[in-house]
Ligand binder design. Structure first.
Ligand code: F6P
Length: 467
């Protein structure tokens, strides 16, 4: 039971586990890592896609029980994956919501698939949610579900949380189906955003585009008279779990081995991202290259490790990004590597947590430089892993994490010179300044971990409907 005796149902595009050739594996991304501990703790169920392609949309796979959580799979056919997931979600919404740093495709066929799959999710949730349940929907894939679900089940409390940025109205307005998206979301009782700016952008869009009126601060009313509360709830991580992993002997031993395998450099610079064009991997590599070119860094003393997790490989923009990054890594190593010294160690792989944590510990300087990011949990994971109060975080101003981790070296990743200067400042920072900054960020993280995030959202959802 989650709140006031109401059971909890989570719905997200993906289930927390995906079926692969090696059996069930944890799904990629921060959403699963953040939400799963809450459901495991409170009990409940999860509706989502297994990552497999179904023969027919009518296949309703049997529920699976994992870690005490009942998983209800939603079937996606090859056409659904292509048009709803790769198309409307990741070729239309993703770039538009990330400051339009790439052009979105606006295709009616993709939109039709988005409507069809959102309706299927709503039907599945309506079929499995216990009476009076709290349904917590996640992310941009499911923005039409709140209204469809409310029409089917008015006993449910419906919340939706946006893991990515919500764009300024001038960008959102480009969407040919903006009215439908707003109408869909306004079926929720609570809409949650990562940052105050995102919540304000949503309110501006709803009011200025005529979908709702603001009847009280942060409360909007649609044409049906239904009221929706809008707020910001910055997501976090399971800080204690990270600290435990990072403080354990195997992780410390592995961290020392990583340093030795890299040739015992003075400074290990680290990047860990899904290989996404929003993450600013290219900007970071170009800044590193410029520093090596100018002799401000030395490849024998300063080594970079870039982990790039494969993601959305069927979407053209991701293939282009991968080519660009791999070309850059090749160019940098071609110019600066020596026999026995690699300038950039590049891993196009998804690393499990027990390999990631030792890397965080070994990383002296963590480079988190997205051009836009809803939160960025890697930044928080790095800080939590530094129980030694050492390490420097270079963090883009355009991440949600920058609101809380303001003792990082904050940087504008579009400004290559500023980025290069921040890297040098991080490399040269004194031990006492590193300790001061890291201690303060770790205290901040402790005050706002993932349990506090889930608690704040679910308390709001369980609370009284505004009059
Ligand atoms: O937060 C954005 C998001 O889409 C999450 O839903 C997910 O955790 C992550 O990115 C991974 O993306 P995908 O599910 O497309 O692999």
């Amino acid at each position: 039971m989650a709140r006031n005796g109401r059971p909890l149902v989570i719905a997200a595009n993906r289930l927390p586990v995906a079926r692969s050739d090696d059996g069930w594996v944890t799904s990629p991304g921060g959403l699963v890592r953040a939400v799963l501990p809450t459901v495991v703790r409170t009990g409940g169920s999860w509706v989502g896609w297994t990552g497999e392609v179904a023969e027919s949309a009518r296949d309703t796979p049997e529920p699976i029980v994992s870690d005490g959580v009942t998983l209800h799979p939603v079937a996606l056919t090859a056409a659904d994956v292509e048009d709803y997931y790769e198309g409307f979600s990741n070729d239309t919404l993703w770039p538009l919501y990330h400051d339009a740093i790439r052009d979105s495709g606006f295709h009616t066929g993709d939109w039709d698939a988005y409507v069809r799959v959102n309706t299927r999710f709503a039907e599945r949730i309506a079929a499995v949610a216990p009476p009076d349940a709290m349904v917590w929907l996640h992310d941009y894939h499911l923005q039409l579900v709140p209204a469809v679900l409310r029409a089917a089940r008015d006993d449910l409390r419906i919340g939706w949380f946006d893991h990515i940025p919500w764009p300024p109205v001038e960008l959102f307005q480009r969407l040919p189906w903006r009215a439908e998206i707003l109408e869909g979301l306004l079926g929720a009782d609570v809409l949650g955003f990562q940052r105050d700016g995102g919540a304000r952008n949503f309110l501006a869009a709803a009011v200025q585009l005529g979908a709702a009126t603001e009847v009280a601060p942060g409360v909007v009313e649609g044409p049906s008279g239904h009221r929706t509360r809008v707020g910001h709830f910055p997501i976090s991580i399971d800080v204690e779990a990270f600290e435990q992993l990072a403080g354990a002997r195997p992780a410390l031993r592995q961290a020392a081995q990583i340093r030795a395998r890299l040739g015992d450099p003075e400074v290990i610079l680290l990047g860990v991202d899904r290989l996404d064009y929003t993450k600013g991997i290219g900007a970071r590599l170009r800044a590193f290259a410029a520093l090596l070119d100018a002799g401000r860094l030395d490849p024998a003393r300063h080594v970079m490790v870039q982990v790039a997790t494969p993601t959305r490989e069927n979407v053209e923009m991701y293939r282009e990004e991968r080519n660009e990054i791999e070309q850059l890594v090749g160019e940098i190593n071609g110019r600066h590597a020596r026999l026995g010294f690699t300038a950039v160690h590049y891993l196009y792989q998804m690393l499990p947590l027990d390999e990631l944590v030792p890397l965080y510990i070994a990383g002296d300087v963590m480079l988190v430089t997205p051009l836009r990011d809803g939160m960025n949990l890697v930044a928080k994971e790095y800080v939590a892993a530094h129980t030694d109060d050492d390490g420097v975080l270079v963090l883009s101003e355009f991440t949600g994490a920058a609101d809380e981790l303001d003792r990082a070296l904050l940087v504008n990743p579009h400004d290559e010179r500023a980025l290069a200067d921040a890297i040098v400042a991080a490399v040269d920072m004194s031990r006492s300044e590193r300790r001061q900054r890291m201690e303060s960020m770790r205290t901040r993280l402790h005050d706002a971990d993932v349990a506090a995030w889930a608690d704040a959202f679910l308390t709001e959802l369980a609370g009284p409907t505004p009059p």
